[in-house]
Design a binder for this molecule. Structure first.
Ligand code: DP6
Length: 357
């Protein structure tokens, strides 16, 4: 009987606290600054990808959520597949008994377990699952950091989804990108109390994609230079320290400040890019007031909002505050009820809220 070469892998979504925005090399996807994110619960929000290699396949093919996608020559998908194939080729050279499957074409099928209504960028989980599935198919002895270098060339933020927990993407200094990779700052078990509430403000597809938006920012925003040189390096150090020390108020303040500055460089872009809407801003005001009241009562900052290239909020908080925040958001912003307590990261949480019909 012929051997079947097939493997399946999953990768979760990640949400950045220190944002990646801008490339210094658009082909290799090398960023202008380092970034840091939290990887969400695998069970709640992830991409699952199956890859198969077969001598009988005539070309590489890929299906995303049951729909075939074109693998454009020189495009991001082709680059990732070629990168993984070349690792397999190197591996085959080390051991003559390995079957020469790097020469076979592959068929790849990927699907997301989260509804598009979540408004979450799926490319990060998608590319991370793609390289993981191929790494398993090829039985590569690679580390997640090594794989992150290839996932990065599919979508920058994908490199961070190769790890669970708290993950940094180190921008690196080399021109070939060999040191621009993800590393784990702390595992999921280190700080399991943190939860992420995803508040769906709108599920309409965003106007400006991350890829084109960030390129415009690089070309036109004078503020970006200040951010990358003077702000992000210190924030990366400070937030890593806050995570290691489980210092929520510092983690929260840095996360909110960086979301604000990311949206400020979008506004500083020519023409300006607006990702947040009035409901997004109302959620910010609600969280600011919630934190102000907590501090006024002698306590500490209890929640942090963050927004990516769209209007939906992610609120980081400690488990003990989840119920209170959901009530607060539902009360003031009934159209932005937290859709899912997605972090649960560690604890296998149940969905805690639903978007009203
Ligand atoms: C705002 O990783 O989607 O979510 O590298 O062009 O594919 P490409 O961009 P992408 O950008 C993500 C931008 C962000 C911030 C972040 O996740 O760090």
């Amino acid at each position: 009987m012929m051997a079947v070469y097939e493997a399946t892998a999953t990768a979760p979504v990640n949400i950045a606290c220190i944002k990646y925005w801008g490339k210094r090399d658009t082909k290799l996807i090398l960023p202008v600054n380092s970034s840091l994110s939290v990887t969400l619960n695998q069970d709640d929000l992830c991409a699952t990808t199956t890859a198969r290699a077969d001598l009988a396949f005539e070309r590489d093919r890929l299906w995303l959520n049951n729909k075939e996608e074109e693998i454009k020559a020189g495009g991001r998908l082709a680059t990732c597949i070629a990168g993984m194939r070349s690792l397999r080729r190197e591996f085959e050279k080390t051991d003559n008994s390995l079957p020469k499957i790097a020469e076979y074409h592959v068929h790849i099928a990927s699907k997301n377990n989260f509804p598009t209504a979540a408004g979450l960028a799926s490319s990060a989980a998608g590319f991370a699952a793609l390289v993981s599935a191929l790494a398993q198919l090829y039985k590569l002895p690679t580390t997640p950091s090594e794989l992150s270098i290839i996932a990065r060339q599919g979508s920058g933020s994908a490199c961070r989804s190769l790890f669970g927990g708290y993950v940094a993407w180190e921008m690196g200094t080399k021109d070939d990108g060999s040191d621009s990779r993800a590393v784990q700052v702390a595992g999921r078990e280190h700080w399991p109390e943190i939860h992420a509430l995803i508040c769906v403000v709108s599920d309409i597809k965003k106007g400006t994609s991350s890829t084109s938006g960030m390129q415009r920012t690089v070309e036109t925003s004078p503020l970006l230079q200040h951010r990358t040189s003077n702000i992000v390096p210190e924030r990366m150090t400070a937030i890593s320290k806050a995570i290691k020390e489980r210092d929520f108020p510092t983690f929260a303040q840095l996360t909110m400040a960086d979301s604000n500055q990311f949206h400020a460089v979008c506004l500083d872009t020519e023409p300006p890019i607006f990702y947040m809407n009035d409901v997004s801003r109302a959620i910010i005001a609600t969280i600011v007031e919630y934190n102000r009241a907590a501090v006024a009562a002698g306590g500490e900052v209890k929640a942090a909002y963050t927004y990516d290239a769209g209007p939906n909020a992610v609120i980081y908080t400690l488990k003990e505050n989840v119920k209170e925040i959901i009530e607060l958001v539902s009360h003031y912003l009934p159209h932005a009820v937290p859709f899912k307590d997605a972090y649960g990261l560690f604890a296998g949480t149940q969905p805690v809220g639903r978007l009203p019909a």
